[in-house]
Design a protein around this ligand. Structure first.
Ligand SMILES: O=C1O[C@H](COP(=O)(O)O)[C@@H](O)[C@H](O)[C@H]1O
Length: 239
């Protein structure tokens, strides 16, 4: 089942981040309620860091069994381990290091060790397969001003790749130039897809995506739910 996107608009970026943090905690508790493991796909970018800090600081975080959460990433900036620009580093610093997570259930995309981004993408696809090719419970995505999601950029060939789970991206229009990204079929393999977007610079891309325009952000859809979680600035061209 794929349903129409739902829109939730928050007054500002801080409200957005706190609301997404609360939603994420609730979604993980729900996913774990039958005794299973929750699979969450993290994003990078400016609002994501605020969301993650809000999760770490939320009193409700104690309701989650963090040992039973599998963390994946939608994309990664292909840089050496620990580089502050890596989405992994951002998430570890902002919340994973503060929570009682099982290190074996944290699945960052490989860092640049000289193996090349293609090998890194293949390794990540293999890691997903080894984990049983899970359907993600929540997959979060930021949106760039150009409408990119994960590291799938407008006009780039990776948008058309459907036969592998993860791809290398070269010459990215946004630094750093080399990245690894899940492909569209994987971005669709989630019960809930959440676009988390703040800022007026994203408002045109948001409006285009919601009008089913020709931007990557128009493509991913959750199996049960597709949520657009915006602040007023990002939503200004929607209404
Ligand atoms: O580089 C990236 O950018 C997007 C959006 O980030 P933002 O700072 O403009 O919000 C992000 O979704 C992606 O994961 C990241 O690699």
């Amino acid at each position: 089942m794929t349903v129409d996107p739902e829109l939730v608009i928050h007054p500002d970026a801080d409200d957005l981040a706190f609301s997404v943090a609360a939603r994420l905690i609730t979604a993980i508790v729900d996913a774990q309620s039958t005794g299973g493991v929750a699979h969450v796909v993290l994003t990078g970018g400016r609002v994501a860091a605020v969301v993650y800090r809000a999760v770490a600081e939320s009193p409700a975080r104690v309701e989650v069994d963090w040992q039973r959460v599998e963390f994946w990433w939608g994309d990664e900036r292909f840089l050496p381990a620990g580089d502050p620009e890596r989405n992994e580093t951002q998430a570890r610093d902002a919340f994973l290091s503060a929570l009682d997570v099982d290190p074996a259930r944290v699945h960052p995309m490989p860092a640049d060790t000289g193996q090349g981004a293609e090998a890194a993408a293949a390794a990540y696809a293999a890691e997903l397969e080894a984990a049983g090719s899970p359907t993600f419970d929540v997959l979060m995505l930021g949106v760039g001003p150009d409408g990119h999601v994960a590291s799938l950029f407008p006009g780039y060939p990776q948008l058309g790749v459907t036969d592998v789970a993860a791809v290398a991206v070269h010459d990215s229009p946004k630094p750093p130039p080399t990245r690894v990204s899940l492909t569209l079929p994987l971005l669709d393999r989630a019960r809930e897809v959440w676009f988390v977007v703040s800022g007026a610079d994203k408002s045109e891309a948001v409006a285009k995506a919601l009008a089913d325009g020709d931007v990557p952000a128009a493509r991913p859809k959750g199996e049960n739910r597709t949520l657009w979680l915006l602040d007023e600035a990002a939503a200004q061209q929607v209404r």
